[in-house]
Design a protein around this ligand. Structure first.
Ligand code: FAD
Ligand code: NAD
Length: 407
């Protein structure tokens, strides 16, 4: 009898953790496991705002996949998934031969949700991957350098962040730290640069308590961030942005727009092969798709309804990792011919948002925190993730200063 073939698509939080857990849980020869990812490295999406603002180093955010998995136990393929053919149980790749599976784990992550706003996809930038984050950093620094080279004219140079959710706030917090450094480097007066955050809602970080949101706002405003609340981005074009607020419409012409207005599941899986609701694939309690017993969907591609609130859990790394643990245990049961799969029942710890490198706000196990404490807590969460993924060895390797872990 042939070994069951487990195919994992995507090596982000959800996919890589599933692979590592399966490698531990299954004995040699119990299953043929294949992991496919666009790149031969894994990046921590939760740190990409630092790369986008130029405050973080690539070596801290990335790790080679072969340093985490045992390549004798898991076949790793660096390739781009083009199509999932569920009927044929086949996955089509950009370069390699089609792959066949008995069990499929779809963990292809997120992409920016544009909500049909004209021009976002073409003219705004998004923190969607490591390379996209690097492009944002290069563009903003390049524009400041160009501005300086042009003799720093009277006009200000404006950068707009669209959306004051977690991503928008964490990014603009890093930018508020970094802009003074770039200004000093290129000889541009700080007051010539404006940092705008445009938010459709009435405040920032929806979901946090009013006092935490107020703290975050104050911290960012003190470093020169300007907020436009109750203001919606209506369209973006090559020259500017159309905003709609309570006083009506107005146009501004920033150098760069970074869109952080929300995410949806990777379009490759969501809506083209499997039916998606609002850009994510609904999954049953055991994390499989109803009617597709061989297919698990985890991470940002999946919509798992919280039985308590009857709303889908938000797309977070915390959920992606917890789903990976359940998914790996369920695959182990299936491979061993068992029944009665485990239901996903996460115990969520809360959330922390950084406000640059030295400040933050958080709500952890219901306890509000702010300042250095919150930003240190975020660092602990990152370390915990690395420990869960690769134990002390990985943690030590990553914590070396300047660890250029891409080699
Ligand atoms: P991802 O981590 O995005 O991984 C998807 C993987 O699939 C990637 O490796 C990608 O290269 C690969 N892939 C995509 N398409 C293809 C293809 N066609 N072929 C092959 N491979 C492909 N959540 C938190 O809980 N805490 C935080 O502090 C936090 N901070 C965040 C900060 C930022 C700036 C952002 C943008 C998000 C943050 N999030 C945070 C959300 C969190 O990052 C996501 O929920 C998490 O990354 C989802 O994990 P995932 O495995 O589903 O997807
Ligand atoms: P989000 O959906 O959480 O926030 C998007 C924000 O953009 C909202 O406040 C929304 O009102 C605003 N918006 C939408 N359309 C707009 C428009 N046309 N004009 C102006 N504003 C508009 O999206 P996100 O911040 O990208 O976060 C995505 C997911 O990742 C969430 O689940 C979040 O919790 C998670 N995340 C977590 C962390 C963390 O825990 N530190 C950090 C980043 C992201």
């Amino acid at each position: 009898l042939k070994n069951p073939r487990i195919l994992i698509l995507g090596a982000g939080y959800a996919g890589l953790m599933t692979a590592v857990r399966l490698q531990k849980a299954l004995r040699k020869g119990e299953a043929d496991i294949t992991l496919v990812n666009k790149h031969n490295y894994h990046y921590q999406t939760t740190l990409l705002h630092e790369i986008a603002a130029g405050t973080g180093e690539e070596g801290r955010v990335c790790l080679p996949i072969q340093n985490v998995i045992d390549t004798r136990r898991i076949r790793f393929i660096k390739d781009t998934v083009l199509e999932i053919r569920e009927k044929e149980r086949q996955v089509i790749l950009c370069h390699g031969e089609p792959l066949h599976y008995d069990y499929l784990v779809v963990a292809l992550g997120f992409e920016p949700a544009t909500f049909g706003i004209p021009g976002i996809a073409e003219h705004a930038m998004s923190i969607r991957s490591l390379n996209a984050a690097k492009r944002i950093r290069n563009r903003i620094e390049g524009q400041i350098a160009e501005y300086a080279a042009s003799g720093a004219p009277g006009e200000t140079l404006t950068f707009v962040v669209g959306g004051a959710g977690f991503t928008g706030i964490e990014f603009i917090g890093e930018l508020a730290d970094q802009v003074p450094r770039w200004c000093a480097k290129y000889g541009v007066p700080r007051q010539h640069i404006r940092l705008f955050c445009v938010e459709a809602g009435s405040g920032l970080l929806p979901g946090f308590t009013p006092s935490l949101s107020a703290y975050a706002r104050q911290s960012l405003e003190a470093r020169g961030v300007e907020f436009c609340f109750n203001t919606r981005i209506r369209s973006v074009d090559a020259k500017g942005v159309l905003l709609e607020g309570v006083a009506g419409e107005r146009r501004i012409e920033p150098a760069t727009v970074v869109w952080t207005g929300g995410v949806q599941g990777n379009r490759l899986a969501c809506g083209t092969v499997f039916t998606a609701t609002r850009g994510r694939i609904p999954v049953s309690p055991d994390l499989r798709i109803n009617g597709h017993d061989r297919v698990f969907v985890i991470g940002d591609c999946s919509a798992f309804t919280d039985p308590g609130s009857e709303r889908p859990f938000p797309p977070t790394a915390q959920i992606a990792v917890l789903q990976a643990l359940t998914c790996a245990r369920n695959l182990q049961i299936l491979v061993r011919g068992g029944r009665g799969l485990e239901s996903f029942a996460p115990k969520l710890k809360g959330a922390v948002a950084s406000l640059g490198s030295r400040d933050g706000v958080g709500l952890v196990l219901g306890v509000p925190m702010r300042g250095r404490l919150a930003s240190s807590f975020k660092a602990i969460v990152d370390s915990r993730y690395l420990f869960t993924l690769g134990g002390f060895r990985l943690l030590l390797r990553k914590s070396k200063p300047g660890a250029g872990d891409m080699g």
